[in-house]
Ligand binder design. Sequence first.
Ligand code: GLA
Length: 381
Amino acid sequence: MPALDKHYFKDFKTELTVTSPGRINLIGEHTDYNNGFVLPTAIDRKIHFYFRKNDTVTTCNIYSKSYDAFLQVDLKNVRKSDKEWENYVLGVIHELLMRNATLSGFDCIIESELPIGAGISSSAALECGMAIGLNEFFNLKQPVEELIRLSRDAEHRFVGTKCGIMDQFAVVMSKENHVLLLDCQSLDYELIPVHIAPYQILLLNTNVSHNLASSEYNKRREECESGVKIMQQKYRAIQSLRDVSLSILKEFESQLDRIVYQRCQYVISENERVLKAVQELKAGNLEAFGNLMYQSHEGLQHLYEVSCPELDFLVDFSRANTHILGSRMMGGGFGGCTINIIHEDDVEAYITEVSEAYKHTFHRELTAIVVNPSQGTFIKN
Ligand code: GLA
């Protein structure tokens, strides 16, 4: 195998281009792995993949422009790496091979517009772009649902985050100007048009990098599952928190550990909020929609405990602004972005104001991005 350097990728003749977006989630956080409801969509910030075949049987050469780093993979020996970005790529290749995919040597350049660790799923964008690209390039004929699932499995096995299906599903299945109401139990979904003008979706990145692989994410999942186990002993039909109402949960208040009780309470309430939020969105009641976003944040902050002081500061700061209808932390938590519904006339002034206040309080820069609901992963011919 030749040593990899930039020279190797010079005069790269692309044979296939794939574009894979990041995602936002309007409401429905930490509900996906509890078989609940979520309301995400892809955004107009993306990762681009450029593929070409090389003449080898098993050597794959990958260059990440964002990391300015190279990865060489031998298809006969795909193993976990100690670098996180490599594991997303390796994980997908591994999952494809496990499904008997016939791959051969290829080269790929990856160019990303997505901030890493911001909670907008640069990881799912990377996994799904790789999976959909290789499926097309090698004519693997895997159904799209399987590509979504195997991308999630790659994250479980190679990265170690026991994530739900929301990110991969949204990254692949979204449509421009729509959000997806996804039932994570059946994977049924409805595309709902987003007509929110003159309001816009503003992301404020705390620049506090979350690390989902850190044990906290998996711990939340285990806490929810431990609650389900106890309730199952009395009600056999309960398979997940999706099957539990707040009144059933209440019956178990004295039996469940206080923390476990709070986690379950949050998830059950958040599922209800998603369904209410969809009704409000369809009816054009953006103010009511925004209030549900604030309630979601409160649950994430106090009951599910996945927020952080920087996120709480940004949500609290928004409350005084009458041009903002709703704000909450988005994604796994412990850092990343808040998502805000804000009147277009106030976007610039608000960014200036909140950035100054944020810097003054945390001695850290805030990054603001206005995003639009966009199409999922696509192949450019
Ligand atoms: C991360 C995970 C998702 C989901 C969110 C929280 O983004 O990858 O599966 O659990 O956190 O809603």
